[in-house]
Write a protein that binds this ligand. Structure first.
Ligand code: OGA
Ligand code: MN
Length: 294
């Protein structure tokens, strides 16, 4: 009997092509509907650490295959807005502006401020995997900013102000504001509110796998720098977040049909640029749990 008949994964021939950008690479010629062997996985793992965003082109995967591939990277996290999980799959989140029979089918305004997914949890996300299901003809790009470069490029005075500090992150920071912007943001139940108490993380974190330092504050969820008076805290936060998302640190992802994009939430921030409201956009996300930042 050959190993193939035993069902051992066959090695795939695929290319990893870095973008001409501050981060990111595309993976060409890989088929994630097929089982993935350990050597292929190891190549992807290293590429993810090197490039922070991997764009797997043309992945015609089912939600189960998306979940299986995601679990190779670690345990998955459930989003507090469970009403936007894809039918029967609590470890998914539907990101969509589509409203059916007066009901939104997903989170329509996900990521409209710069953020790192689940930075408001004691164990924020390692990375997220977002799969394109329906794309608008216009707009809908996603921006990613390299937070290693942001830290390395920080002016000395700001570095000094940030080093050794901790910052508080809270899911509710902009929730009421988002509800005013969008008619589709649900009220949170007391149980949902209880799931997202404020947490504190270092302002500069050490990536648990690469050992590199990255800035870890964002305008969506970071509420204050611990131990500073309010005015100093908000001035410092504003300076850090404005610095961290400059164009020179950013890759703009223009979605192609069936893209699966896997980004590193420990080394990046990201932003949804939005699309015209009459154009349908629908993606499915899974979220891999990471370490408590140190
Ligand atoms: C997300 C997110 C951005 C986008 O799914 O975590 O921020 O462009 N999405 O949909
Ligand atoms: Mn996000």
């Amino acid at each position: 009997m050959t190993t193939a008949t035993l069902g051992a994964p066959v090695r795939q021939r695929f290319h990893i092509r870095p973008f001409d950008a501050p981060l990111g690479a595309e993976v060409l010629g890989l088929d994630l509907t097929r089982p993935l062997g350990d050597e292929d996985f190891a190549r992807l793992h290293q590429a993810h650490l090197d490039h922070h965003v991997l764009v797997f082109r043309d992945q015609r995967i089912t939600t189960d295959q998306h979940l299986q591939f995601s679990r190779r990277w670690g345990p998955l996290q459930r989003h507090v807005l469970q009403q936007f999980a894809w039918q029967g799959h609590p470890e998914t989140l539907v990101v969509s502006n589509i409203v059916e029979n007066g009901q939104p089918i997903g989170l329509g305004d996900a990521g409209v401020y710069w953020h790192s997914d689940l930075s408001y949890k004691p164990r924020p996300s390692l990375g997220s995997l977002l799969h394109a299901q329906e794309l608008p003809a216009e707009g809908g790009d996603t921006l990613f900013a390299n937070q290693h470069r942001a830290w390395n490029g920080l002016p000395a005075a700001l570095r000094q102000a940030a080093a050794g500090r901790r910052a508080e992150h809270h899911y509710l920071k902009r929730y009421a504001e988002l509800q005013r912007r969008s008619p589709w943001r649900p009220d949170l139940t007391p149980e949902q509110v209880a799931q997202v108490p404020a947490v504190a993380h270092p302002v500069v974190r050490t990536h648990p796998e690469s050992g590199r330092q990255a800035l870890f504050v964002n305008e969506h969820f970071t509420t204050r720098i611990v131990g500073l008076p309010d005015d100093e805290s908000s001035a410092l936060l504003d300076e850090l977040t404005a610095h961290a998302t400059q164009d020179r640190f950013v890759y703009r992802h223009r979605w192609q049909p069936h893209d699966l994009v896997f980004w590193d939430n420990r080394s990046l921030q990201h932003l949804a640029t939005g699309c015209p409201p009459d154009q349908r956009r629908r993606l499915i996300r899974t979220t891999v749990e990471g370490d408590a930042p140190i």
